[in-house]
Design a protein around this ligand. Sequence first.
Ligand SMILES: Cc1ncc(COP(=O)(O)O)c(C=O)c1O
Length: 501
Amino acid sequence: MTEPQAPALDLTEFRRLAHDAVELVADYLAGIRDTPVFRPMTEEQRRHLSEKRLGDEGTDPVVLIDDFKNNILPYAMGNGHPRFFGWVNSPPAPIGIVAELLAAAQDPSCDVGDIASLYLESTVVRWLGELVDYPEQAMGLLVSGGSMATLTGLAAARQWLAETDGWDVRADGVAGAPGGRPLIYLTGESHSSVRKALELLGLGHGAMRTVPTDAAMRMDVARLRAMVADDRAAGHRPFCVVATAGTTDTGAVDPFDAIADVCAEDGLWLHVDGAYGAVGALHPELRDVYAGLARADSLTLDPHKWLSVPVECGCILVRDRDLLHRTFTVVPPYLFLEEGKGIGGPPSYAEFGFQQTRGFRALKLWMTLAHAGRQALRDLVVRHVSLARELAALIDAAPDFELAAPVQLSVVCFRYLGDGSVTGSALDELNRAVEVLVQSDGRTFLTSTVLDKRFVLRASVLHHSTTAEDLRALLEVVREFGAKVSAEGVSEVSLPAAAFH
Ligand SMILES: Cc1ncc(COP(=O)(O)O)c(C=O)c1O
């Protein structure tokens, strides 16, 4: 018999390796501006990663770090770069990177017990609520991201519906629902995670009623009111409105106060998806825009979006703590710890959400927020909104570009027009080709969406180090490729092939 070998590093080696890793990360962060925003991989590099085999013998950690440095680190999504304007992804705050190491060192499961991480989680969740003036008595917990937060909030909404109508959704599922079909109201701009949540909760995406929007893509509240009344008259069971604080496509902020009035009058649950833009409420000029946010019954926030907390870090707040508890509580004997006795700590987080073993997300959130302080967070939001407005002004002033939607937060949708001779679907194709060329080029990065059936380019400003010069560079690169595609023709221009077709 051989002696058992723990798969552990000798601590001297650990120190050396960890120091080397810190140097590597610091060099990476220091030099990121001089690297391509996105760098396509070669076929050989893809195979090197996807066809790795686990050997019988272990590998020297120095070799592993080297492999990371050469074959993984350079091929990132690009969100660490100040010229990355894609999707809704901020760079990681450096202190958040440090926190990831520290959290992993302790590696608690943040569900039960008299352990530090649980007290810290209750604090940072309270801080998030305070940032957007959400009621103090709310219960909240950290989850993987916005999608899981919305699933959790809508699970609470479904529990509330069942209790209100006198059925037991936990025992009988939605089959137990009496009367008409439960319906939920949102706009065409709502995030796809709402649909996924409804499907998982057994309500089905057929429960979605799409409320029209105004010119700024905000929910039309008069239409909401009329649709709810019509559906009720037709025997359905309207029960929930999902409003958005910062839609993914354009950053539209729904009129919460007016929506909350409808919810109060009609007895509907109000969920606000603030994954991207709830923290826009920190902007002093946008106070009126966010009025009524605090009236939501549940609120999704996503610190890994605008607040630069490293992925994954989402948060759900639910006004009625006991209801959230009734939505999820199950305590098997092996998890029971008597509250107030022995190692029993605060009520278990596993009784307020789906996960049992939970990562120590609170540490990176705490360190990122506490290091910045409230004023710097406010400044970050103000700066990004100003930069987005500046980009919109540059676009407005350029005859070869057009703005495709009003700018409300830090997202700008626009199109390259060239000399104006290309229109209709050909203009869509031109802009689509421009997007592909810009993304593979590496000097800057943006993504796209479809608004009102028109393909548009989309740039979101979420990086702490982005400057006005970076915005000008973005437009220059788009213009360069726009001119190239216009000159050569969409069908003639050579577009880089994707790794997977
Ligand atoms: C408005 C909105 N809600 C929800 C989500 C989903 O969040 P996550 O990707 O963290 O699950 C996103 C993602 O971009 C979003 O923009």
